[in-house]
Design a protein around this ligand. Structure first.
Ligand code: DI6
Ligand code: FE
Length: 398
C-alpha cells in the first residue's frame, strides 16, 4: 500500500464551503490512490504519521483540472477556414458551403485509429502540461458507424497511453454528412442509433451528446437520440443554444442531462429547466472568442438560479482550436465575467459534475481520487489571471 503525506503547501480544495476551499498551511494524505485526509496540517491525525512525507515547498495544490468538453480526436486542421472568416465569411456560411465540420469529417475518415491517436497526442500533451487529470473526448467527425467507433477507440487508446482519465461521448448527431443531405432522420436511424448500440456494447461510450442547431439537428431529432441513450442506460448532454435558441437545453434537462453546453442564446425557460434538473451549464469561451460572437451566455441568470457552471476548452479544429485549459479559464473570466473562483470551480468541481464524476474527482477531499495539480503561484486567482503562462510544477496522480 502506497501512503504519502504532502505537507508545507497551500491548499485550494475547491470545496464550496469557503472561497477556493483555501487552507493556508495544508496537508494531503494519500493512501492507495485516494485522499485519506485534506485540510490544515495541525489537524491531521497520528494515524498518518506512518506515511512517507513530501515537502511541497509552500506551493499551491489544487484538484487536477478537468476539461469536460473537447473534440480532441480529429484529422487535419481548418486554418484556411480561419482565413475565410477573417475575410468576412460566417461560421454558418462556411458550414453551408460544405466547409466546417464536414471538411474535418473527410480528413478524419482518411486516418486510421492509430493515426488519429498520433494526431491527438500533442493536444493531449498540452493539456496534461497544464495540470489536466480528466478529459472528455467526443466522437462526431466520423459520421459513419465505423468511423465514429474508430474515434472513440482512439480516445480510449489515448487514456491508456497517458496517465489521464478519458471520458468518451457519442456525438454521431454532430452534423449531417453529405451522403445524407436533407435526410437527417435517415442518418439518425442508419448511423447514430445503431452505432450507439454497437459502441455501448463495446464499452466505448460514457455519455451521449448531440448538436441541436439549425445547421445540425432539430430538437425532435435529438429527442430520438436521447431516448435510445436512456434505454441503454447512458447519460446525455447537449450542444445547445450556441447560435440560436431552439429549446435544446430544456430538452436536455428534461432527459436528466449531465450538462448543456455553449448556451449563449439560452433563455429564461432553459435556465429554469436546467436548475430543476441539476443540469450543469458548460461555458465554452474559446468558441465564443474564435467565432467573435456577441451574444453572452446568461451568466447572471444561471447564478441566480443556482445552476452549476463549468468551463471547458471545446478543443476542436473549427470553432475553438484551443488546447489550453488555463486560457479557457482566463477567457471565461474576461469574456463572460466569471469570477476567478467560478472559473477554477468550472474546471474542477463543476466539470466533474458535468461528467457524472462529482463523487470521484474535482475537489481535494477525503474519499476522492488523489489527482492533484501543484502550481508555483501564491494565490489560486493567479491561475485565471495570467495569459499564456503556465505555472504548473507537477501533476500528482496518487
Ligand atoms: N459546436 C462547436 O463549437 C463544435 N461542434 C459543435 O457542435 C464545432 C465543431 C467544428 O466546427 O468542427
Ligand atoms: Fe463542442
Amino acid at each position: 500500500m502506497t501512503r504519502t503525506l504532502l505537507t508545507n503547501l497551500r491548499l485550494a480544495t475547491m470545496t464550496a464551503d469557503r472561497p477556493y476551499g483555501l487552507v493556508e498551511d495544508g496537508a494531503v494524505a494519500i493512501a492507495d490512490g485516494r485522499i485519506a485526509y485534506a485540510g490544515p496540517v495541525e489537524d491531521f491525525e497520528e494515524a498518518f504519521d506512518a506515511f512517507e512525507t513530501r515537502d511541497m515547498g509552500g506551493r499551491l495544490v489544487t484538484p487536477a483540472l478537468i476539461d469536460c468538453h473537447t473534440h480532441l480526436v480529429f484529422g487535419g486542421n481548418r486554418a484556411r477556414e480561419f482565413e475565410m472568416r477573417l475575410e468576412g465569411a460566417t461560421y454558418e456560411e462556411i458550414a453551408r458551403a460544405g466547409g466546417g465540420i464536414v471538411s474535418t469529417v473527410a480528413a478524419t475518415r482518411e486516418l486510421s485509429k492509430d493515426e488519429l491517436v498520433e494526431a491527438a497526442l500533442p493536444r493531449l500533451n498540452a493539456m496534461l502540461a497544464e495540470g489536466v487529470g480528466t478529459v472528455e473526448i467526443k466522437s462526431g467527425y466520423g459520421l459513419t458507424i465505423e468511423d465514429e467507433l474508430k474515434m472513440l477507440r482512439a480516445a480510449r487508446e489515448l487514456g491508456r497511453l497517458r496517465d489521464v482519465r478519458v471520458r468518451t461521448s457519442w456525438l454521431a448527431a454532430h452534423a449531417v454528412p453529405a451522403e445524407y443531405k436533407d435526410r437527417a432522420d435517415a442518418y439518425i436511424d442508419d448511423v447514430a442509433l445503431p452505432g450507439m448500440e454497437a459502441g455501448a456494447e463495446e464499452g466505448l461510450i460514457d455519455a451521449v451528446d448531440g448538436f441541436c442547431e439549425g445547421i445540425a439537428f432539430s430538437p425532435a431529432q435529438i429527442a430520438r437520440v436521447f431516448e435510445r441513450a436512456r434505454a441503454l442506460g447512458l447519460p446525455v448532454k447537449l450542444h445547445a443554444e450556441q447560435l440560436s435558441d431552439l429549446g435544446g437545453a430544456k430538452l436536455a434537462a428534461e432527459h436528466g442531462a449531465l450538462s448543456a453546453d455553449h448556451l449563449e442564446y439560452l433563455g429564461a425557460y432553459g435556465v429554469a429547466a436546467m436548475a430543476a434538473a441539476g443540469t450543469v451549464a458548460v461555458l465554452l469561451p474559446g468558441a465564443f472568442y474564435t467565432l467573435r460572437e456577441k451574444q453572452m451566455p446568461p451568466v447572471e441568470a444561471l447564478r441566480a438560479a443556482g445552476v452549476a457552471i463549468a468551463v471547458a476548452t471545446d478543443c476542436n479544429p473549427g470553432s475553438s482550436p484551443l488546447a489550453s485549459p488555463l486560457l479557457a479559464m482566463n477567457m471565461a473570466a474576461t469574456l463572460f465575467r466569471l469570477t476567478p473562483e467560478e472559473a477554477l470551480a468550472g474546471m474542477t468541481r463543476n466539470a466533474a459534475r458535468a461528467l457524472g464524476l462529482g463523487g470521484e474527482v474535482g475537489t481535494v477531499e477525503a474519499g476522492k481520487r488523489a489527482e492533484l495539480a501543484v502550481w508555483d503561484v501564491e494565490h489560486p486567482a493567479e491561475l485565471v489571471y495570467r495569459i499564456g503562462f503556465n505555472a504548473l510544477v507537477e501533476r500528482v496522480v496518487g
